[in-house]
Each structure stands twice: as structure tokens, then as C-alpha cells.
Design a protein around this ligand. Structure first.
Ligand code: NAD
Length: 471
């Protein structure tokens, strides 16, 4: 363990009450990385107390004042992007282009919410006739707990932190124990940029030790969780018992539907991205490729050819943890058909020392097979042929999940018909852009509540009505 990283509480580093640090691993090399403070209930208690002390002062600032500080946080992310990307790379092995994308997007979340809170963070006047003044106002919850996963660590933290802070909440964040360093550094940068002490605190540690303590703490008035369905289900129970609202951003097994009349060049490129981007460890990866029968084999051949050109360590990174690496290999061992390409780890070279898995495609998979239904969260694509629009829709919706979907067709009306009937929180037709402005979240087991867009701003505030009789 080279460097030990403490929590960030009340504007300064705080060592763990346990006196222990968790080891991290560089998955690109298999070498040990820095230590992360092993937090627990005592550390969470300090962080919530600091947030509690800070919250009223922060909430009392005008949206313009809060926005100005959040703009400076965005500038600080840009200015120290090199450090953030290094910390992220050391515990994820992500490739440079992916690191750049995620870090730029992290700053962009702060810029977006710094701006929109000024334009949209206010309530309305309700006309009730003469002699009455009635209006609504958005008020923060107070202390918000944000629990995030390991796949896009800084990015997913900022996705929740920026709107929560913009609306005047104080936050205690608990990043994944495998990838905490960038979120702790973000809090340091935010303090330096002028965010008052205690407004953003980061407690690191495992889910059972730090995460459960945060979710259960009576001072936490709202929760936001991004992660697995199993943990989401558990936290829904905790939040239900405590009667606090919760956003759940969970997994997906999203369909990419390609009709024979589609622009196949672009559709194939999107299918390759589903495998390559972050090695498929993306909740919104469109990992089920549904292709109209007449072009199915041609599309598969083109995807396989493109996927075989991807270079480990250049175009895609390793699996982020050893547990995830073995989980993906278990899926591959269980596949009902031989792979069209890939199907295992690299046998030699530096990739063999890191947690790299070859980009993998399984063609014409039985829709009931485990690999066609469960989220693999690795560089794995399954393809399923369909005969017509009705079968495409049935296959697209034949899942427990409902996070995103993509439809490609030369017939835009057909694309939009499917978009209305696919049960998912986001549908992109012919590559329609999905950005910070577009609300994101799940149907069914993919969760509830929305991140991104204006919708997320209102997730982090409670609406109050004030009515005064003037007579
Ligand atoms: P995970 O549920 O194991 O962990 C996520 C976070 O929850 C971590 O910080 C972890 O420490 C914490 N945690 C674990 N157990 C806990 C408990 N009992 N109480 C409180 N906190 C606890 O998920 P993961 O393996 O880190 O992430 C992968 C999953 O996240 C995938 O299923 C993926 O689809 C999902 N994900 C979803 C989105 C989205 O926006 N929908 C984005 C990224 C990842």
C-alpha cells in the first residue's frame, strides 16, 4: 500500500476511526494500489454531523450564489483533471479516452446544475383570486446520502452530487470501496473552490460497514443509490422502513434493435461500442443485439470483424475487480453456444496479467438463456434474430430490466412506434443523442427516480406550498 487516503469530512481529511485502510488493486497490472480508509458507523456519524451543521447555511444561499460556487468546482475539476484521471486509472485501469470522457462529463454536471438551478430551482405563484397570495417553493431535504458504484466512479458521483448540492442540500457520499480515491479528491477540490466546510463529505469503506451505516443514519433525509439490483432492493427496504425517499439507478440488459432498412454502418458501430466502452461495464450498455433476420448474419459478421480489431489497454480496459472478472468468466463458461469471437481471457502478454477479457459475441442465442437475460457487465454481446416489428418489440420487452433501448430503422415512424412501446426510461432512435439534459432512469428492476436533466433537480427538493390570506 503506497499512500493511505483518509475520509473527507467537514472540509478536511479525517483518518478512519477503525485505524485501518482497505487495499486497492490496479486491475490493468494486478499490482496493489493505494489504501482507502475503512469507514464505519463512527465515521458516518462524524460526516452526518458535519453536514447537519452546514446544511442550513448552504440552503440559505441564493441559487445564484450556490451556482457560482458549483461553477468553480467545475473549473477545479478541469484544472486538476490530470490528478483525477490518474487516481481513477490506478484503481480501474480505464483507457485514456474513457478517462477523459468521464472527467469532462463530471465537470459538465456541475456546470449544468450551476446554471439551471438559477433558472428553474424556484417555485410558482398560484392564482387564487383577490386577497390571497399563494406560492410554492422548493426546499432541500437537508442531508442527502449518495452511494455510488465502481464502474464510472467520479462521473456517477457528480451526476448525483451536482443537483443535490445545487438545490441546497448537504451531502455525505459513500463511493465504492474499490474506486473511492477520485471522489475523495473531488471533495478536496470542492473545498478549495469555496464550497463551505461540511457541505460535501466523503466517507469511504465497504457497503456493509459504511454504506449500511449511512443509509440507516437518522440524520440522512434522502438517499440516492447507483449500483446492483440486490443492493438496491436492500436499500429500498431500509428507506421504506425509515420513510425517506430514494433514487435507485440499477442495472440493465438493454436492447439494440436493428431493422434491415437501417443505416447498418452506424448501427454496427453502436453495437461495437456496447462491448468496448468501459469493457461493457456500463449500466446502459445495449448488450442485447436484436437484428431483423434478412441482415442478421451480415450484421454479426461486421460486428465480429470490428470487435476483433479492438486492442486491450488501448480501445478498452480491464474488468475493474477480480470478483467482476470471475463473474464474467462464469457467464462465458455457462454460454449455450460457442462464441462467434472472444469467449475468455488473454492467454499471454501484459493483458494476461491484468483482468482483461476478450471482447465476446454470441450469435443466435436462445432468449431464455442466462447470458441473454442477466446483466453480464463485461465485454459481451448476445444477438437474437427477429422476423418482424411485433417480434422485435416482444423481444425488446422480454426482460426484467428497463433502463435504455436503441432502435435503428430507415422508417422513422416505425422507430418512434417502437420507442413508445419499449418499456425503458430512455430510447434512442437512429442515434438520437442522450446527454446531461435528458432525464435518465429505469423502469422495472432498473430502478426508479431520475438522474440528469431538470428532472434530477426536483428529485433533490421537496415542494412546499405557502398560502396567505391578505384580508
Ligand atoms: P453494488 O450494489 O455492489 O455496490 C454499489 C455501492 O453500494 C458501493 O458503494 C457499495 O459499497 C455499496 N453497497 C454494497 N452493499 C451495500 C449495503 N448493504 N448497504 C449500503 N451500501 C452498499 O454494485 P457494484 O457492483 O459496485 O456496481 C455494479 C452495478 O451497478 C451493476 O449492476 C450496474 O448495472 C449498476 N449500475 C447502474 C447504473 C445506473 O445508473 N443505472 C450505473 C452504474 C452501475
Amino acid at each position: 500500500m503506497t499512500t493511505r487516503h483518509d475520509h473527507w469530512i467537514d472540509g478536511r481529511p479525517e483518518p478512519p476511526a477503525s485505524g485501518t485502510w482497505l487495499a486497492t488493486l490496479d486491475p490493468a497490472t494486478g499490482l496493489p494500489g493505494d489504501g482507502t480508509a475503512a469507514g464505519g458507523a463512527a465515521d458516518v456519524g462524524h460526516a452526518v454531523a458535519a453536514a447537519e451543521r452546514a446544511r442550513l447555511g448552504w440552503a440559505a444561499r441564493s441559487p445564484a450564489e450556490r451556482g457560482a460556487i458549483l461553477h468553480r468546482v467545475a473549473d477545479a475539476i478541469d484544472a486538476d483533471a490530470g490528478t483525477l484521471m490518474r487516481l481513477e486509472r490506478e484503481c480501474t485501469g480505464k483507457v485514456p479516452a474513457q478517462l477523459r470522457l468521464e472527467t469532462d462529463m463530471s465537470a459538465a454536471y456541475f456546470r449544468y446544475y450551476a446554471g439551471v438551478v438559477r433558472a428553474a430551482g424556484h417555485g410558482t405563484v398560484i392564482e387564487q383570486g383577490a386577497g390571497v397570495h399563494t406560492y410554492t417553493r422548493y426546499e432541500p431535504y437537508g442531508v442527502v446520502g449518495v452511494i455510488t458504484p465502481w464502474n464510472l466512479p467520479l462521473n456517477q458521483a457528480c451526476r448525483a452530487l451536482a443537483p443535490a448540492l445545487a438545490m441546497g442540500n448537504a451531502v455525505v457520499a459513500k463511493p465504492s470501496e474499490f474506486t473511492s480515491l477520485s471522489t475523495v479528491h473531488l471533495a478536496r477540490l470542492a473545498t478549495r473552490a469555496g464550497l463551505p466546510d461540511g457541505v460535501l463529505n466523503v466517507v469511504t469503506g465497504t457497503g456493509p460497514d459504511a454504506g449500511e451505516a449511512l443509509a440507516a443514519h437518522p440524520g440522512v433525509r434522502r438517499l440516492a443509490f447507483t449500483g446492483s439490483v440486490a443492493t438496491g432492493r436492500y436499500l429500498a427496504g431500509v428507506a421504506g422502513g425509515r420513510l425517506v425517499p430514494l433514487t435507485l439507478e440499477l442495472g440493465g440488459k438493454s436492447p439494440l434493435v436493428v431493422f434491415a432498412d437501417a443505416d447498418l454502418d452506424r448501427a454496427v458501430a453502436v453495437a461495437v461500442t456496447a462491448v468496448a466502452a468501459n469493457s461493457g461495464q456500463v449500466c446502459s450498455a445495449t448488450a442485447r443485439l436484436l437484428v431483423e433476420e434478412p441482415v442478421h448474419d451480415e450484421v454479426v459478421d461486421r460486428v465480429v470483424t470490428a470487435v476483433e480489431k479492438l486492442r486491450p489497454g488501448v480501445d478498452f480496459g480491464p474488468l475493474i475487480t477480480e470478483a467482476q472478472y470471475h463473474r464474467v468468466l462464469d457467464f462465458l463458461a455457462d454460454a449455450p453456444v460457442p462464441p462467434a469471437t472472444g469467449g475468455g481471457p488473454y492467454p499471454r502478454g501484459p493483458e494476461a496479467r491484468g483482468l482483461y477479457i476478450r471482447p465476446t459475441v454470441y450469435a443466435r442465442v436462445d432468449p431464455h438463456a442466462r447470458i441473454a437475460r442477466e446483466e453480464v457487465f463485461g465485454p459481451v454481446l448476445v444477438t437474437l434474430p427477429f422476423r418482424d416489428e411485433a417480434e422485435a418489440l416482444a423481444l425488446a420487452n422480454d426482460t426484467d430490466y428497463g433502463l435504455v433501448a436503441a432502435v435503428w430503422s430507415g422508417d422513422l415512424a416505425r422507430g418512434l412506434r417502437l420507442a413508445e412501446r419499449i418499456e425503458a426510461g430512455q430510447v434512442a432512435v437512429n442515434g438520437g443523442p442522450l446527454t446531461i439534459e435528458t432525464p435518465f432512469g429505469g423502469y422495472r428492476h432498473s430502478g426508479y427516480g431520475r438522474e440528469k436533466g431538470l428532472a434530477a433537480l426536483y428529485e433533490y427538493a421537496q415542494l412546499k406550498t405557502v398560502s396567505a390570506s391578505l384580508g
